[in-house]
Design a protein around this ligand. Structure first.
Ligand SMILES: *Cc1c(COP(=O)(O)O)cnc(C)c1O
Length: 359
């Protein structure tokens, strides 16, 4: 059972979808599947954006696609950094030649709205970018306030929703997000390999009026939308089997209902956090900003995190994640994402953790 920071458990019907015969990427039957994926992604992202599709690549490919299309050399970008994935956004933007202002907070804390505002006032950036659900710390960012401040200052807003999409509320249009990307292997519970992404009309205008071509040919949204859009021009061979899987994963999420799915994560995440505190763990994300689908917690005194994690895997067939960055060597990251976020699975996880930390 997968209780790490992704991948999460995959539903049998998703695995079955992947085993269907491969057909051509321009076959009318396959093109109909692409159209349905676009429609379902718009429902899950809560957006009307026409340019909504899945990048061939994992969540990081979504990050790179978002930033290389929207930024040109010399453009200024303010990046909120609250953990590993915020740092990655800043690095991707720097490699694209942008001038990056990082606004950092200590690990476990949410971004500071006042500091973000000060940085935006000073830099007058083209783009403000940050992570919604910081998987390295378990912190949930207050997206609405930061996005509104950025838009009021005239910036485009790029949001990483890799760990949030289909786990906690994401409102791309409601929050005024210009580019939002996700991944398949977290709360969507589809194997890793695709990055759902959506671009607002404002973002597409900024891309169309670039002075320089997008430096990445593979991730050029203008070229890729000629395949995902009505023209159906070959760009690269679509990963057929992965798209079958995403189609089925989205169908399952919408069949359950997004609100019910968010509630399931909220409820079981709270139960996990309450229960491991009782077992002697210390939660590391600031109270009031804890993600239900990713819990970072220091292991009890006297427990060696690496040995205990190995025993969970060997004796119970359970995977949890180790700490990253500032939390390495002392903490676990426990994911309750998508198909892994089920009451009966949580009960087995808690029994196993209790058995191992007591012994
Ligand atoms: C997992 C993750 C990524 C990177 O996704 P990959 O699929 O590993 O490339 C980016 N951002 C966040 C917040 C993540 O949790």
């Amino acid at each position: 059972m997968l209780f790490g920071p992704g991948p999460s458990d995959v539903a049998p019907s998703v695995l079955q979808a992947m085993a269907r015969p491969v057909i051509g990427h321009l076959d009318p039957a396959f093109v109909a599947i692409l159209d349905e994926i676009g429609d379902m992604l718009r429902l899950v992202f809560k957006t009307k954006n026409e340019v909504t599709f899945a990048v061939s690549g994992t969540g990081s490919a979504g990050m790179e696609m978002a930033l290389v299309n929207i930024l040109e050399p010399g453009d200024r970008v303010v990046v909120g950094v609250a953990g590993v994935f915020g740092e990655r956004m800043a690095e991707v933007a720097r490699r694209g030649g942008a001038q990056v202002d990082e606004v950092s907070v200590p690990w476990g804390r949410p971004l500071d709205l006042a500091e973000m505002r000060t940085a935006v006032k000073r830099a007058r950036p083209k783009v403000v970018a940050f992570v919604h659900a910081e998987t390295s710390t378990g912190v949930r960012q207050p997206v609405d306030e930061i996005a509104r401040m950025a838009r009021d200052a005239g910036a485009l807003v790029v949001l990483d929703a890799v760990t949030s999409l289909a786990g906690i509320p994401v409102f791309v249009d409601g929050w005024g997000i210009d580019v939002c990307y996700a991944g398949t292997q977290k709360c969507l519970s589809v194997p890793p390999g695709l990055a759902p992404i959506t671009f607002s009309p404002r973002a597409m205008d900024a891309i169309r009026t670039r002075r320089t071509p997008v430096p990445s040919w593979y991730l050029d949204v203008g070229l890729i939308t000629r395949y995902w859009g009505a023209e159906r021009v070959y760009h690269h061979t679509a990963p057929i089997s992965m798209l079958y899987a995403l189609h089925e994963g989205l169908r399952l999420a919408l069949d359950e209902g997004l609100e019910d799915r968010w509630n399931r994560h909220e409820r079981l995440g709270e139960e996990l956090q309450r229960s491991i505190v009782d077992l002697g763990f210390t939660l590391l994300a600031a109270e009031g900003f804890r993600l239900p689908q990713l819990t970072s917690a220091a292991v009890p005194d006297g427990v060696d995190e690496k040995t205990a994690r190995r025993r969970l895997l060997d004796e119970f067939g359970i995977e949890v994640g180790g700490g990253l960055g500032a939390f390495a060597g002392k903490a676990w990251r426990i994911g309750l994402m998508g198909e892994s976020c089920r009451k009966e699975k949580l009960d087995r996880l808690l029994e196993a953790i209790a058995a191992i930390t007591r012994a």
